[in-house]
Every structure is written in structure tokens, then in C-alpha cells.
Design a protein around this ligand. Structure first.
Ligand code: PLP
Length: 416
């Protein structure tokens, strides 16, 4: 475990979190390099070449995280031109990048073509036409995988279910053949793959395997028509235990996919894990400002809010909240809430905690969709980020200063 109590104080690897709070202030994201690397190896060890792993950048896009993964041989799944620029700035190779996303602009397509990415995951017939146009203007051929929506229920929170026909993502099953034929006919498109991403925080293997079976049948059908599909990308979505939930066993899942693909033959597999690589490798450190008694229950007001960690407000997501310093004081039931002026601004409801002003708390499993979803709402500077490696801790993102927050803004000139 990368986050453990030693001598009564919570540590990230060998570094005490109270020391980091003192040095860098709070709210503070702290990541464990060893945990990220070991999560990555759990996938890579069961995924022999030519199969590819493309880390989903949106889960945690800090340059230090991307650089670590690039050095471990990762490819990357991006959803914007900005994410591609980050991958390149972090030392990742464009040739290992797949580009997902429902509404790619012409500029983003051109940039990705110039950089020579591995594949575009195309989500609609209109996107295919636009990509063909942009590739023609550049005199190149765009490598394409069609993102198909297999209409399987991932049984996750509705905001992170993406593989139902009611969702905006992907091409409906009944249209997939027509779009693939069109791709085959277009001069600047190379139809080479199929992909899907059915949702996030998925806790059982069966929706993934149902989706794989649906897509593998489509691979066979398209090949019979002379459309030579050579790769299948099953997206991300593997859940992590936020509350001791059972989660799919990675090696079992990866082997099940390989076994199915071998039956079809000549197929390179791709996966796009995000949360499963970084989720449990980060905590958000926060300090208690006040303990405020309420009519029905007490509140712990802390210095991290929904602008720092949006998941509870957005998805009613659960994160364990534990004290940095272990102690024996009597616990009470409290709501842990932030300073932001919204009732939805909470980190945890009805938690069994005892903490007083100045105490430090760690919000666990905050490595994925934590900092990347943070904002400046209420004109709050975004948190600093630190990476720990053994005994060593390094600042990997400075805390914003107030003047950063109105950079680029201008007061209106008054007409005379
Ligand atoms: C968000 C996303 C992922 C990563 O999902 P996780 O649940 O974090 O593994 C992968 N692929 C696509 C297309 C995504 O949008």
C-alpha cells in the first residue's frame, strides 16, 4: 500500500503527509509514483505486444504523471488537442496516441494529423466526412477506428454510462456498417479499427465482455465485406474500490479479451484505462477550518471544496475521508463540506470523524478526475500537486496565485 499510517501519521510511500501540508500548504493533491507504476504494470504484464495500452489522459493529465507513464511505455487516449499538446510536452509519442471525443474541431484534426497520431476514434458519419476533408487538405490519409455504441448497460452512475443508445457517444449499431462502408470508400480515410467505451467505474466484467462479443461479430461481418479491420479498442472503464466494492480482476479481464480476439485472428487489441491507473494513487489533503454545530448534524468546514474535487457534487461520488494523524478522540457524525457557496459543495455526508480546527484530513482515491476537473469557481486558486517517490517529494504543479485568476481579463474602456 502506498498510503499507510506509520507511527500514527498517514504517509505517501515514505513521506509523512503532515510534512507535505506544512511545506506546500493545503488543499494539496499528493500522488504516489510507485502506486501509478504498479497499477500500470498490472495491465502491461498481461498485455503482450502487439496489443497496446493507451492511458486516458483526462483522468489525470499532470505532465509528471504523463511523463512517468510515457517512460513505462504507455500510449495515450486523448479527447482534445490540448491533451495531445500535453502528451507531447510530457515526452509521449504522438504515434502512440488515439484520439477519442464526440466533437473534434477541424483545428484539432489538423493538429493530430500533423503530429502523426496512431488513430482517430471517429464517433459519427459527419465526423468521418470532416476528417476526410481535413486529411485531403493536408495530403495525408487519416487512420480511423469507428466508435460503436453497443447498447450495453454498464450499471454505473448515469453521468458516466456512455454505451447506451440514449447516450451521445459513438455510432449506433444499426448504422455502423454503413458508416464503415463510407469510410472504406473515402480516399483520405484508412478504416482500420473498431472501438467502444461503455462507461466508467464499472464494477463487473460482464458488460465489457458483452460489448467485446458484439464488436467482434462486427469485425467478422466487416471483414466479410472486404473492410479489413485490424484493431479493436475496448476503451477504459474498469472501476476501483472507493468503498471496498468488488472490482473486475484486471488479468482475468485482459486474458478473456485476448482469448476472444484470438478466435477472430489478426487483431491488435487496445485498452484505454484511466481511473484504474491513477485513482487510488492520489489523495487530496485538506485542513479543517471550523467545526460548526448544526441543528440536526454538525459540519466540518474544510479548505478544499467542490472546485478542488468535483466528484461528490457531480456524481454523488463517495471518497473515504480519514485523519492524517491517528487519535483516540470521540467520533461524531459530521458532514465534511467545503468553503464554496453551494449546498452541493460537500466532500462527504454523514462521516464518522473527530477533527478540530487545524487538523488535516486526507480524501482518499482522489488521483483520477480530481485535479483535472477542478476549477476556479468562487475565485479560488487551484490546488498544488506533489508527487512522492520513496523518501522524495516533488512539487509537480505550483499552487495558483490570485493574479493568475484574472490573467487575460480586461476592464471595459469607457466611451468618452
Ligand atoms: C474517459 C475515457 C476513458 C477512461 O475511462 P476510465 O473509466 O477512467 O478508465 C477511456 N476512453 C474514453 C473514450 C474515455 O472517454
Amino acid at each position: 500500500m502506498s498510503f499507510d499510517y506509520k507511527r500514527g501519521v498517514l504517509h505517501a510511500e515514505n513521506v509523512a503527509l503532515d510534512r507535505l501540508a506544512e511545506q506546500f500548504g493545503t488543499p494539496l493533491y499528493v500522488y504516489s509514483q510507485a502506486m501509478i507504476a504498479s497499477n500500470w504494470k498490472r495491465f502491461a504484464d498481461h498485455w503482450p505486444a502487439p496489443h497496446k495500452l493507451c492511458y486516458a489522459v483526462k483522468a489525470n493529465s499532470n505532465l509528471a504523471v504523463l511523463n512517468l507513464l510515457a517512460r513505462l511505455g504507455a500510449g495515450f487516449d486523448i479527447v482534445s488537442g490540448g491533451e495531445l499538446a500535453r502528451v507531447i510536452a510530457a515526452g509521449g509519442k504522438a504515434s502512440n496516441v488515439v484520439f477519442s471525443g464526440v466533437a473534434k474541431s477541424r483545428e484539432e484534426m489538423a493538429y493530430a494529423l500533423e503530429q502523426g497520431i496512431y488513430c482517430f476514434n471517429v464517433e459519427s458519419a459527419a465526423e468521418l466526412e470532416r476528417l476526410n476533408d481535413v486529411a485531403a487538405a493536408h495530403g495525408v490519409i487519416a487512420p480511423v477506428s469507428l466508435r460503436v455504441n453497443p447498447d450495453v448497460d454498464a450499471q454505473t452512475h448515469p453521468y458516466i454510462a456512455t454505451g447506451l443508445k440514449a447516450n451521445k457517444f459513438g455510432i449506433a449499431m444499426q448504422d455502423a456498417r454503413d458508416v464503415a462502408r463510407r469510410g472504406q470508400a473515402l480516399a483520405h480515410i484508412n478504416m482500420q479499427g473498431l472501438d467502444c467505451h461503455i462507461g466508467s467505474q464499472i464494477l463487473s466484467m460482464s458488460p465489457f465482455l458483452d460489448a467485446a462479443d458484439i464488436l467482434l461479430n462486427l469485425v467478422t461481418d466487416l471483414r466479410a465485406e472486404g473492410i479489413n479491420i485490424t484493431h479493436l479498442d475496448m476503451g477504459g472503464g474498469i472501476g476501483i474500490p472507493y468503498q471496498q466494492e468488488n472490482t473486475p480482476d484486471v488479468s482475468t479481464y485482459l486474458h478473456a479479451l485476448q482469448e476472444r480476439a484470438e478466435k477472430v485472428g489478426n487483431l491488435t487489441l487496445l485498452l484505454e484505462p484511466g481511473r484504474a491507473i491513477v485513482g487510488n494513487a492520489g489523495v487530496l489533503l485538506t485542513q479543517v477550518e471550523f467545526h460548526k454545530p448544526g441543528a440536526d448534524k454538525d459540519f466540518l468546514l474544510v479548505d478544499a471544496g467542490m472546485n478542488d474535487l468535483m466528484r461528490p457534487a457531480l456524481y454523488q461520488a463517495y471518497h473515504d475521508i480519514i485523519p492524517v494523524a491517528q487519535h483516540e478522540a470521540d467520533k461524531a457524525i459530521v458532514d465534511v463540506v467545503g468553503p464554496v457557496c453551494e449546498t452541493g459543495d460537500f466532500l462527504g455526508h454523514a462521516r464518522h470523524l473527530s477533527a478540530k480546527e487545524g487538523d488535516l484530513l486526507a480524501v482518499m482515491n482522489a488521483g483520477a478526475y480530481g485535479f483535472t476537473m477542478s476549477s476556479n469557481y468562487n475565485t479560488r486558486p487551484r490546488a498544488a500537486e506533489v508527487m512522492v517517490h520513496g523518501d522524495h517529494a516533488q512539487l509537480i504543479r505550483q499552487r495558483e496565485v490570485l493574479s493568475d485568476l484574472w490573467k487575460g481579463e480586461q476592464i471595459m474602456e469607457m466611451p468618452r
